[in-house]
Design a protein around this ligand. Structure first.
Ligand code: AMP
Ligand code: TRP
Length: 332
């Protein structure tokens, strides 16, 4: 039996190379070795206000991005979260064993609530429980994510252990998979912040759908550090970040990259980085339109059916353990 992985991204904003290098790249690399479920987490998206028409469009766009990045529907299950209602149902049960204090400690809530937690939606507060449900429904072994999700993974493990202890062995305890390289790509405008979809300044991020001109401009404007060396030095985070992006996109080793730029200046470095980024994104962007709408709809329907099959099994076990009777009108 292959081990299982689960991961997801929200259909909001525009995906950037941080999302690709921190998450999607690993999804693609892992899909041969694991049985993979890749979800478009639209229930998560509505924790902040969304325009319904845009959300609907972004949901399909994100499915295309998964496919263009190399997620293969023959190998992996790609589906939309709202097509499998078990996600919302398990969230309720898990909410009842989650402590307020645990959620109050979540740094992403504090960040996204922008300090004004009185006005933040309750969904934003309980969002990590939904994420735990996503993962636990599939008896997941491994969850490939960026560094920013580590705390949510720890909560997921705590909830699974608590449920297993109180109601009997039900959930597999998942492990995070955070690859060192790419786990946290920083903003081009401020290397102390992660590159983020919700950044108000678009110059901080290179989006997967940016054209060559835009990419070149953004990289030219990227902040650098004092000095001239081009190397991986934690004390010079702006250059280290740009060099990591170069390294990950070209698949060279860190030593090769440092040697390559040894006697070169920032101008030339930025020029080569812009070129490497454009070269990398061009074929990706061409693949975005690879599937027509009908084929895409079929892939997502088939994905939802496969996901539902596993999710319904787990939810039925959970309902039974907590003392709900077997649903007389359920199909399973
Ligand atoms: P999101 O777009 O927030 O749904 O995130 C999708 C995935 O991308 C998650 O696994 C995140 O951890 C990852 N991610 C988001 N921002 C970054 C970043 N700046 N560097 C590396 N990974 C990231
Ligand atoms: N919370 C994740 C993010 O914002 C997205 C996500 C939702 C997720 N459910 C998940 C990631 C389950 C991994 C597994 O990036």
């Amino acid at each position: 039996m292959k081990k299982r992985i689960f991961s997801g991204a929200q259909p909001t904003g525009s995906l950037h190379i941080g999302n690709y290098l921190g998450a999607l790249k690993n999804w693609v690399a892992l899909q041969d070795e694991y049985e993979a479920f890749y979800c478009i987490v639209n229930l998560h998206a509505i924790t902040l206000p969304q325009d319904p028409k845009t959300l609907r469009q972004k949901t399909l766009d994100l499915a295309r991005i998964y496919l263009a990045a190399g997620v293969d529907p023959e190998k992996s299950t790609i589906f939309i979260q709202s097509d499998v209602p078990e996600h919302a149902e398990l969230t309720w049960v898990l909410s009842c064993i989650t402590r307020m204090g645990e959620l109050e400690r979540m740094t992403q809530f504090k960040d996204k609530g922008k300090g004004n937690t009185e006005r933040a939606g309750v969904g934003l507060f309980t969002y990590p429980v939904l994420m735990a449900a996503d993962i636990l429904l599939y008896q997941t072994d491994l969850v490939p994510v960026g560094q920013d999700q580590k705390q949510h993974l720890e909560l997921t493990r705590d909830l699974a252990e608590r449920f297993n202890r109180d109601f009997g062995e039900t959930f597999k305890i998942p492990e995070p998979y955070i690859s060192k390289a790419g786990a946290s790509i920083k903003s081009l405008q401020d290397p102390s912040k992660k590159m983020s979809k919700s950044d108000d300044n678009p110059n901080g991020s290179i989006f997967l759908l940016d054209d060559a001109d835009t990419i070149t401009k953004k990289i030219k404007r990227a902040v650098t550090d004092s000095g001239t060396a081009i190397n991986f030095d934690e004390a010079r985070p702006a250059i280290a970040n740009l060099l990591s992006i170069y390294q990950l996109l070209t698949s060279k080793t860190p030593e090769e990259c440092v040697a390559h730029f040894e006697s070169k200046g920032y101008g030339q470095f930025k020029g080569e980085l812009a070129e490497a980024t454009t070269e990398f994104l061009r074929p990706f962007q061409e693949r975005i339109r690879e599937y027509d709408d009908t084929t895409l709809a079929d892939i997502l329907k088939c994905g939802a059916e496969k996901a539902k099959h596993t999710a319904a099994q787990t939810l039925q076990d959970v309902y039974e353990r907590v003392g709900f009777r077997k649903n007389p009108i359920a199909k399973l």
